[in-house]
Design a binder for this molecule. Structure first.
Ligand code: IPM
Ligand code: MN
Length: 346
């Protein structure tokens, strides 16, 4: 019989609240014969305050044995910036070689967005997840003096660029519109820009059915707002992808709906699914967080594990639920989770 062995890292702030709803919907959508096992890992700000640990080796090893990871959110104002981001979230992405950071953007009905009423917005950003300026290659000279010099080196390898570009071409080829846009800044970042563009053009020759396009990242931000329907699949580097996907979320329904998957398509390590949003300490513990982004991340998780029907059921439930949200009285985190759990079960 089938089974899913899931590691759950609720993390900080609203992460704790939204993960509960994600698991509620997961339980509701899975057929009887699928055995779901979950193991919660106590990682994040509280753990760090208590023990000084971000992600000890023993837990990193244990996490490797699960089929997938579901993460709520990481980060708290009481912890110095970067400690949990580098020591936990990025450590997981790097250790598990999550080179595909998949971030779909779709305009759901009835959402508060400047682009409301544009059902043609449906694109996916394939953000590179293991390289670029995220590798921690850099340093500081004469730190804290008026003569301080800081460098933050963007690392781009032929291997790393080619594997994400290939994945993006595969995804584009599988979609009805079959269009792939490379986003970079090769008019200024000439070395990395050359590697990306060259690799893109080389792989494009193997996918004649996919139409291709190139945009500088600054121009891409304009089109995200003025002409988002021009995008189908976008492939870009780690930092550009980080920025673009917050913008994509904002214009397509808000950060409360944006889902993501940190994927290792080779299966060598488990993939990790998480909402794009952060821990939102300002609203944590109040039942105000929208769990939809986490619930849509559960859909990505299910699709990754081969449960396509169940993934689609969740996405359809979210569409139907949003279509009926009246914008009047705001529902609580729990109420939204309950409503979606009921919909996916029926
Ligand atoms: C994201 C976040 C992370 C990133 C941070 C928290 C390290 O912003 O998942 O988009 O920059 O990738
Ligand atoms: Mn981000």
């Amino acid at each position: 019989s089938r089974s899913i062995d899931l590691a759950v890292i609720p993390g900080d702030g609203i992460g704790q609240e939204v993960v509960v709803q994600g698991l509620k919907v997961l339980n509701a959508v899975l057929p009887q014969d699928v055995k779901l096992e979950t193991k919660e890992y106590d990682l994040g700000a509280q753990r760090w305050h208590r023990t000084g640990d971000t992600l000890p080796d023993a837990e990193l090893e244990a996490l490797k044995n699960h089929d997938a990871l579901l993460l709520g959110a990481i980060g708290d104002p009481s912890v110095p910036s970067g400690v949990l981001e580098r020591g936990l979230l990025l450590k997981l992405r790097f250790a598990f070689d999550h080179f595909i950071n998949l971030r779909p953007s779709k305009l759901f009905p009835n959402t508060a967005t400047p682009l409301a009423g544009r059902p043609d917005i449906d694109f996916v950003v394939v953000r590179e997840g293991t390289e670029g300026p995220y590798t921690g290659n850099g340093g500081s000279l004469r730190t804290g003096t008026p003569a301080e010099v800081a460098t933050e080196v963007s690392v781009n390898t032929a291997y790393g660029v080619e594997r994400v570009v290939r994945d993006a071409f595969e995804r584009a080829a599988a979609r009805p519109r079959k269009k792939l846009t490379l986003v970079h800044k090769n008019n200024v970042l000439v070395y990395a820009g050359h590697l990306w563009k060259n690799t893109f053009d080389k792989v494009a020759a193997e996918y004649p059915q996919v139409s291709t396009d190139y945009l500088h990242v600054d121009a891409a931000t304009i089109f995200f707002v003025t002409q988002p329907e021009r995008f189908d699949v976008i492939v870009t580097d780690n930092l550009f992808g980080d920025i673009l996907t917050d913008l994509a979320a904002a214009v397509t329904g808000g950060i409360g709906l944006a889902a993501s998957g940190n994927i290792n398509p080779t299966g060598a390590f488990p993939s990790m699914f998480e909402p794009v949003h952060g821990s939102a300490p300002d609203i944590a513990g109040q039942g105000k967080a929208d769990p939809t982004a986490t619930i849509l991340s559960v859909a990505l998780l299910l699709r990754h594990l081969g449960y396509d029907t169940e993934a689609t059921r969740i996405e359809d439930a979210v569409s139907a639920d949003l279509a009926e949200r009246d914008g009047g009285t705001a529902r609580t985190t729990d109420e939204i989770g309950d409503a979606l759990a009921v919909r996916v079960a029926s």
